[in-house]
Design a protein around this ligand. Sequence first.
Ligand code: ATP
Ligand code: MG
Length: 230
Amino acid sequence: ELPPIQGYVVFNDVTFGYKKDQPIFENLSFRVRSGETIALVGPTGSGKSTIINLMTRFYDVDDGEILVDGIDIRKVTLNSLRNEIGIMLQDTFIFSGTIIENIRLGKLDATEEEIIRAAKIVRAHDFIIALKDGYRTVVKERGSTLSAGQRQLISFARTLLADPKVLILDEATSSIDTQTEMLLQEGLDRLLEGRTAFIIAHRLSTIKNSSRIFYIADKKIRESGSHDEL
Ligand code: ATP
Ligand code: MG
């Protein structure tokens, strides 16, 4: 079991390839303090998603180690690891059901009060109560009941309930208007409070708001302190 963690993440000399003799990373090392927001940027195919695959142990490193709060992630159960390291993917998963049920997916025993509180924190509440049936509005897995931005806000609320200490976010690329972008940034800022986050960033506003930027290229990471230094 992984005990409750602070969210301190270390890669020590990590070498990994999906195929033998074709490494994606060679001797990759970095340290992320608890509470930092890291923007992962880099060309397509550079290995951004691979970092996520390694942290969540969908794949194991060939060499080196990944530590969370000083514990080698290979030494804890997958279940406890994935309770503490949450992923929010680009394509927000919405299933056919009510909005309240969709948010509850983050914590199955959450009360209605808790769900509404979470939605308020991440700025999802206002659009939800503006819908005809509010939290009881039925949404469809596919289809256009909700906009891309609204789907993101629902997944923010869901993730807040799940409360992982380390959060990995593959930001959606879908085009949204400036007003929605500001709302999402606000919701995201609230969601990230007190968590360590890795964001595969597509939006400039996300990159601007991160504490450090990791630029991935040539099997390594080039780091830059902040957006201004790029
Ligand atoms: P993008 O910006 O397009 O999402 P990325 O930076 O996330 O790219 P990765 O998905 O990490 O890139 O891929 C890194 C390299 O590993 C690519 O060359 C890709 O083809 C390869 N790759 C990714 N996933 C697998 C896999 N499951 N099996 C084999 N090769 C893979
Ligand atoms: Mg990717």
